[in-house]
Design a protein around this ligand. Structure first.
Ligand code: ZN
Ligand code: ZN
Length: 314
């Protein structure tokens, strides 16, 4: 089951010619999930081919660089004769402001837009095989981060063992894999535990939005496959990071270690660095426990496929 992250906007508060303001698109099976929508997000969706089939938009906070793309995106969706409802999840206490953005223009959306206020610790959206959890972040306004956490998958079915036990090839295999016991012709009962391995973990993506280093980032999910973390500044402006409620690349790497993250994407780099990423990368790699290549500063449009931890064994 493909799970793909496309970085639509990787800039800090002020866009640059190379980088658009914050937005991350996640495609999982037929689901399009958008995390933040800075100004120009719709053009980035066109440029990088994600399509507009977004069912849920998750807003981390109401700073302009994370939400100014919403009115334009909704207008284009309406021009495209969209009828499907759109759910927008946003931190507690921001509904009125968000409603203002949605209804700012004369041509209001022709499709239903549902605004869902959420708090840290809430499940913003429960899908069939995964959920989106909101967690507490530490910014200078009402804010949350989001984690996409897939359910455990069924354990591996040991076909050889099943045949040894005398289970006939056919529907009994599926029953056992689904967790039901099966009675054989001679009256022997075979239980699923005899032929099905332990459940296997699903995949996890954690997106902080703007924040100082925050404990909840570590607690929201075990060993995320990808942590997308605020890294607005490098060490030279560590004080400014604390003052403005952002993180340094080094702090992002420390959080990644404590969370057990496999990969770390550094986002929201200040325009002060004028496109230079070497200091961020070097300082994060000094502390990151994983492979140096697994820390990166994505370019706009860059995509990452998230694989199952045990992929390749199948
Ligand atoms: Zn921002
Ligand atoms: Zn902000």
């Amino acid at each position: 089951m493909p799970l793909r992250v496309t970085f639509l906007g990787t800039a800090g508060a002020i866009p640059t010619t190379e980088r658009n303001p914050s937005s991350v698109f996640v495609a999982r099976e037929g689901d399009g999930l958008l995390f933040d929508a800075g100004e120009g997000t719709q053009r980035q969706m066109m440029r990088f081919g994600t399509g507009f089939a977004v069912s849920h938009l998750f807003v981390t906070h109401l700073h302009g660089d994370h939400v100014l793309g919403i009115p334009g995106l909704l207008q284009t969706m309406a021009f495209n004769d969209r009828e499907e409802p759109l759910a927008i999840h946003t931190p507690h206490g921001t509904r009125r402001q968000l409603k203002g953005l949605v209804n700012a223009l004369d041509n209001r959306p022709s499709f239903p837009v549902r605004i869902n206020e959420i708090g840290a610790g809430d499940v913003a959206y429960r899908a069939e095989e995964y959920e989106i959890r909101a967690f507490e972040t530490d910014h200078d306004t009402r804010s949350v981060g989001y984690a996409l956490v897939e359910d455990d998958r069924k354990g591996r079915f040991d076909r050889e063992r099943a045949e040894e036990l005398g289970v006939p090839v056919g529907p009994e295999f599926s029953k056992l894999h689904a967790g039901e016991s099966v009675e054989l012709e001679d009256g022997t009962v075979v239980d699923p535990e005899q032929v099905v391995g332990d459940p296997r973990p699903g995949r996890t993506i954690v997106y902080t939005g703007d924040t100082r280093p925050a404990e909840a980032t570590i607690e929201v999910a075990d060993d995320p496959d990808l942590l997308i973390h605020d890294a607005t500044f490098a060490d030279d402006r560590a004080e400014r990071a604390a003052d403005t409620a952002h993180s340094t690349a080094r702090q992002a790497a420390e959080i990644a270690n404590r969370a057990g993250a496999t990969r770390l994407a550094l986002l929201h780099l200040s325009s002060r660095y004028a496109g230079r990423t070497d200091a961020h990368l070097e300082q994060a790699r000094e502390v990151f426990a994983g492979a140096p290549a697994d820390v990166f500063v994505p370019d706009d449009g860059q995509g990452v496929d998230i694989r199952y931890p045990d992929e390749g064994e199948d």
